[in-house]
Design a binder for this molecule. Structure first.
Ligand code: CO
Length: 174
């Protein structure tokens, strides 16, 4: 039987779910595995390299990342209850977000991070990343704390972004 595909809609800023801290996951069963698969499918459908559960209106500590965008199965990572446990260095690169379409701004992040998380079976593991993976890990874990990348730019730049969003909203393009 072919796998049933369920694509979840990605919510946009300023949906309040994006500003909430997600709840920890305590049950690791087939439902969680199915949800993670749906999150990967929804992320790919939206052309993203990372997706956090709050972005599909689920206030839970789950995120999926694939910085290779389907090219390398080894880079598909599902993180349940992730925490950044170590960070070093600094990188400043442009960032975007599926919940803030068409907005791109330079964001300062740690250059390297070590993250501790559980897999879909509840087993703890660690993942280390630099460059784009480090950025994706920090961006997605921020989502689980109700933080968006526009919360990490200067007040002036943030004001300009919010003005652009208001204009798009007014034109029915947001
Ligand atoms: Co995002």
């Amino acid at each position: 039987m072919a796998k049933r595909l369920k694509i979840h809609e990605v919510v946009k800023y300023p949906d309040p779910v994006l500003a909430k801290r997600g709840e920890a996951i305590t049950e690791f069963g087939p439902e969680l595995k199915a949800l993670v698969d749906e999150m990967f499918d929804s992320m790919y459908a939206a052309q993203g390299i990372g997706l956090a559960a709050p972005q599909i209106s689920l206030s839970k500590r789950i995120t999926v990342i694939d910085v290779s965008f389907k090219k390398d199965p080894e880079q598909k990572i599902a993180l349940i209850n992730p925490e950044v446990v170590e960070r070093t260095g600094k990188q400043v690169e442009e960032e975007g977000c599926l919940s803030l379409p068409e907005i791109r701004e330079k964001v300062e992040r740690a250059a390297w991070v070590k993250v501790r998380a559980q897999d879909v079976t509840g087993k703890w593991f660690e993942v280390e990343g630099e460059e784009l993976l480090a950025r994706a890990l920090q961006h997605e874990i921020d989502h689980l704390d109700g933080v968006l990348f526009i919360d990490r730019i200067s007040r002036l730049k943030r004001e300009l972004v919010l003005r652009k969003i208001r204009k798009l909203q007014k034109n029915g393009e947001w």
